[in-house]
Write a protein that binds this ligand. Structure first.
Ligand code: KMH
Ligand code: ZN
Length: 282
């Protein structure tokens, strides 16, 4: 079985310091949380940015500052900016981090209710636009799928000439409005992928670690972090993203899987684009 790629979703757009005081907002806080996750074993940082008072923003300049700071502390890490941003943002707003030519970024593969009052809109036209832009840039999309219909959308679009690169899915299970985080649903999605595809699983809230175990055993990869879950165990708030990553590392070691370094993750995901920063420092 391949080594395990751990993605740390360190910040997100919805969770706040009222939920957990360790949620990073400022560039320094984001840098420190990325470093804790990286030191613990994360090879990919899934990145959202905030203003200093915690408002989600997709401003390219803010992403540039955060990425610069993260590369300073974690020179070889893979940074994966979000093009999802926060529910309610426009497509133009959301696409801004792509101006920075990241080596990886998310594409959200369909529309869903997002909590009781919001809709996270991802029209097929937007999916195609982001797919073409990223393909032109040599940027690998992480294909975020909140339900099976989104996996089917990716496979249908691939048949029509989109996504002509390695397919790397991210199943985000347990969102209020998306598919629930059960082994049945995980297995259904996982078994609908082409053989050569890879995937990562993010279980929301208390499903984070059970879904991680399922993926570790199955040969998939894992995403953890404050974006998805703020607890290290029942009722105990995690003190850093590093603590969440460490727990996955422990589970993986117990289950007999080694952890991938960032460069090993690049190999496993066939990331075509070189991390220029890494080249500068090596
Ligand atoms: N904040 C959610 C509405 C992504 O990063 O691409 C969308 C999200 C997905 O977090
Ligand atoms: Zn996200």
């Amino acid at each position: 079985m391949s080594k395990l790629i751990i993605t740390a979703a360190i910040c997100g757009a919805e969770v706040t310091k009222e939920h957990n005081p360790h949620i990073p907002y400022t560039i320094k806080e984001i840098q420190a949380e990325a470093k804790r996750a990286y030191d613990a074993g994360a090879s990919i940082i899934h990145l959202h940015v905030r203003t200093d008072d915690g408002q989600p923003t997709q401003e390219a300049h803010r992403f540039a500052q955060a990425m610069e700071a993260i590369y300073e502390s974690c020179p070889d890490v893979i940074i994966q900016p979000s093009t999802g941003g926060a529910a309610g943002m426009t497509a133009m707003e959301r696409g801004q981090p792509l101006i920075l030519y990241p080596e990886m970024a998310t594409i959200d593969c369909g529309t869903l209710n997002f909590g009781p009052d919001e809709i996270f809109v991802n029209k097929e036209s937007l999916i195609k636009d982001f797919a073409r832009t990223m393909e032109d840039q040599g940027c690998l999309p992480e294909l975020e799928c909140f339900d099976q219909g989104m996996v089917d959308t990716v496979l249908r679009l691939r048949h029509k000439g989109y996504f002509n690169h390695h397919l790397h899915f991210s199943f985000v299970l347990g969102v209020h409005g998306g598919m629930s985080a059960t082994i049945r649903n995980f297995s259904f999605m996982r078994h609908s992928l082409p053989r050569e595809a890879t995937y990562s699983v993010a279980g929301i809230g208390r499903y984070e670690f059970p879904m991680a175990c399922a993926a570790i055993i199955d040969g998939g990869h894992v995403r953890v972090g404050f974006e998805d879950n703020i607890y290290i165990s029942k009722g105990v708030v995690a003190n850093s993203n590093g603590q969440l990553v460490e727990k996955v590392v422990r589970l993986s070691q117990e289950l007999g899987r080694e952890i991938a370094s960032p460069n090993e993750a690049r190999e496993l995901l066939s990331i075509r684009k070189k991390n220029q920063r890494k080249e500068e420092v090596s």
